[in-house]
Structures are given as structure tokens and as C-alpha cells.
Write a protein that binds this ligand. Structure first.
Ligand SMILES: NC(=O)c1ccc[n+]([C@@H]2O[C@H](COP(=O)([O-])OP(=O)(O)OC[C@H]3O[C@@H](n4cnc5c(N)ncnc54)[C@H](O)[C@@H]3O)[C@@H](O)[C@H]2O)c1
Length: 344
């Protein structure tokens, strides 16, 4: 029997937005669908949030203090669904209290130091730490990767994405680029942003517009365009090989399309719009049961997170950033705090 527990249930799953999505309401059904998995407890600083969630998912044990919940229930896996500023502290406390598997919402943490620290503290204790970068389980990305691996567009040369921002949403997109490039680490990053209008999502600053370029250690180039002008890329994710291009969610409205060298036109596909979180959590639990490593592991998440913070460091230092990244903070948060960037 796998015992699952939840930290940060959220107040309102009916009204998702930048002030809250109540992501725990999307995690819980995923655990419910897993054979031999029991939802044993939930904790939220706001008691009524936890009580409402417990009623919804038939959970007996309700807490406002997640540490008490862990000490009393000894869960096998905990889903951390709070905002990013609290991820590191909660994950580290869960690891210290002996939770063997922790599935945390994205992004990893608010700073590069805390992202590394939470991964390290879990690694030291053999705790399986994963992040809810669920999109790679979606059929459009799965199919695109299959086509790439079959050699349909030849050798991978470039991965590109368009998104609303580099950090809060972009963490998914950078992670998908890593997925297509077999989790290679990046070697350098160059970026510029515009942050004129304050854009706070789940308590974190996010730029309005960005252009970023980076190179992986196997020579594959990455390009990201966010906000105004992001139609430059032409798709949510574009994968370019030496013999063709694959687009996931191109701006034409298709789910997936491919154009090989010699093709007269694009070949488009419609894909299943299944629940990616169900698949992500099923894979995380299976990896825990088999003592294996989930593809959503902290090791992979660190590689994409490093590029994000390197983008902001490139803005701060006005230059190309060679990796590994040697800063501790989130340069965007620091630049705003120090008045170097003043969003209105
Ligand atoms: N994977 C995705 O596609 C996706 C989509 C949206 C949001 N998210 C991420 O999910 C995370 C959570 O966002 P949300 O919108 O679900 O949040 P939310 O505001 O809906 O819920 C967070 C809850 O955490 C509780 N909380 C805060 N600190 C706590 C603590 N120390 N102990 C117990 N409870 C605590 C709050 O009271 C609140 O009820 C964010 O990191 C966000 O980026 C992921």
C-alpha cells in the first residue's frame, strides 16, 4: 500500500488564475487512479482549505501543520502544491522527517541556491524528489519525440519554444527542450528581457517579453521567445533537425505537424488531450515502487532551472553566461528589489 499525502491544498479549484490553481485538486485524482494507493492526509495553513479538500477526496486526516501530518501518518509520498517561494523549505523538511518520495509542483524554487539545496538534501537522504513538469507525458510531445528518435527529421540541431514567460510557465518549456535533447546540460546562455508591467504569478516576478539563446554540450542550440513577438517560433515547441522540422502546437492550431526535407507541405496530426498529470504521477509512483528514477527527477529539473536563472543573470551582467551558474539568487527578483528594473 502506497500512502499519499498533500501539502498546500489550495482554496479554490473553480477559479484558476495567477493567484491560485489549487493544483492539489489535480494531483489527488491521479493518486486515486493508482492501484493500491491510499490518500491518507492533507495539510494547509488555512484549515478550511484542507477540510474542503479532505471532503472532496474522502481523506480522514486533516492538518494545518504539515510536519505534524508527516510525523503522525508516515506517508510514502507527499505532493507539495504550495507556491514556489515555499517549495525548498517544505521539501527539505519533508526529507528530514523521512518522507521517501516527494512530488513537488514546478518551478523548483524561487532562487538557484534553493533549487540546488533541495535537490542536494534529498539526494543525501536517498529521497526521490520529482517536479510536476507533466507536459512531456502529453501525446503531442511523446509523438514528436518518437518521430525525432526514429530519425524522421535527421539529426537534432535546434530546440525552440514560445511561451508567456521564462520562469513560471517557461520552466515547462525548458524542461521539454531538455526532453528532446536527451537531458543534456547547457554550456552557455545569452538573454534579454523587458519587464515594464508588473507581472506577479504565484508570488514571483515574471518578465513581459524575452529572447534567449543557449547551447547544450552536444552543440544543439536552444531559442526561446516570450511575450510580444513570440510568434517568431511558430509553435509552443519547435524541434529542428538536419532533415526536417517538428512543431508541437503550431500557431496554425494543429496539435502536431512535421515537414521533412523534400515534403511539399506539412503533415498535421490531431492528438489525444488526456490528463498529463495522471500520467506524470503514475510514472513517479511506479519509479518509487521499483526504486527507479523518474524522468521528472530533480537532476533533470536542475538542468532546465539553471538555464532560466542564467537567462536572468545574462540580463543583469549584460553578457553571455558560461555554465555551471555561479550565483545564488534569482537575478530578476534581485533586480526588481534593488530598483534596477522597475515594473509599473
Ligand atoms: N504543473 C502545472 O501545470 C501548474 C499549473 C498551475 C500552477 N502550478 C504550480 O503549482 C504551485 C501551487 O500553485 P497553486 O495555484 O495550486 O496554489 P494555491 O494558491 O491554489 O494553493 C496553495 C496553498 O498552499 C497553502 N500553503 C502555503 N504555505 C503552506 C504551508 N507552509 N503549509 C501548508 N499549506 C501551505 C496555501 O494556504 C494555499 O491554500 C505553484 O508552484 C504553481 O507554479 C503548476
Amino acid at each position: 500500500m502506497i500512502k499519499a499525502a498533500f501539502i498546500g491544498t489550495g482554496p479554490d479549484p473553480e477559479n484558476p488564475g495567477p493567484e491560485g490553481y489549487a493544483m492539489a485538486y489535480q494531483h489527488a485524482p491521479a493518486y486515486e487512479k493508482i492501484e493500491d494507493c491510499s490518500l491518507v492526509g492533507c495539510a494547509d495553513l488555512v484549515l478550511e482549505n484542507a477540510e474542503k479538500f479532505a471532503r472532496e477526496f474522502n481523506i480522514k486526516n486533516v492538518y494545518t501543520d504539515y510536519k505534524e501530518m508527516i510525523r503522525e501518518l508516515n506517508p510514502d509520498i507527499v505532493s507539495v502544491c504550495t507556491w514556489m517561494k515555499d517549495h525548498a523549505e517544505i521539501v527539505i523538511n519533508c526529507a528530514r522527517l523521512g518522507v521517501p518520495a516527494i512530488h513537488c509542483e514546478k518551478p523548483m524554487a524561487l532562487t538557484w541556491k534553493n533549487s540546488k539545496l533541495m535537490a542536494l538534501e534529498c539526494q543525501k537522504r536517498d529521497v526521490k524528489l520529482t517536479f510536476n513538469h507533466q507536459r512531456r507525458f502529453g501525446e503531442p510531445w511523446q509523438k514528436a519525440k518518437e518521430m525525432l528518435d526514429k530519425g524522421e527529421i535527421g539529426q537534432l540541431e535546434k530546440v525552440q519554444f514560445s511561451a508567456g514567460n521564462l520562469y513560471e510557465y517557461g520552466t515547462h518549456s525548458f524542461e521539454l527542450c531538455g526532453f528532446f535533447n536527451d537531458e543534456r546540460p547547457a554550456e552557455w546562455v545569452l538573454a534579454q528581457i523587458d519587464y515594464s508591467d508588473e507581472n506577479i504569478v504565484f508570488g514571483s516576478h515574471n518578465e513581459n517579453q524575452a529572447l534567449a539563446l543557449w547551447e547544450y554540450d552536444n552543440g544543439v542550440l536552444g531559442l526561446a521567445s516570450t511575450g510580444k513577438g513570440s510568434s517568431l517560433v511558430g509553435a509552443q515547441t519547435r524541434v529542428i533537425g538536419d532533415r526536417g522540422v517538428i512543431d508541437v502546437f503550431p500557431t496554425t492550431g494543429a496539435d502536431l505537424r512535421i515537414r521533412r526535407v523534400g515534403d511539399d507541405s506539412w503533415q498535421e496530426f490531431n492528438c489525444e488531450k488526456g490528463n498529463y498529470i495522471d500520467k506524470a504521477i503514475a510514472e513517479v509512483v511506479q519509479a518509487y515502487r521499483e526504486d527507479g528514477e523518474s524522468v521528472l527527477c530533480a537532476k533533470n529539473a536542475l538542468k532546465s532551472t539553471e538555464i532560466i536563472f542564467a537567462c536572468f543573470e545574462s540580463v543583469r551582467s549584460r553578457g553571455r553566461i558560461e555554465l555551471p551558474l555561479e550565483i545564488d539568487d534569482n537575478p530578476l527578483e534581485t533586480m526588481v528589489r534593488e530598483g534596477k528594473i522597475i515594473p509599473e
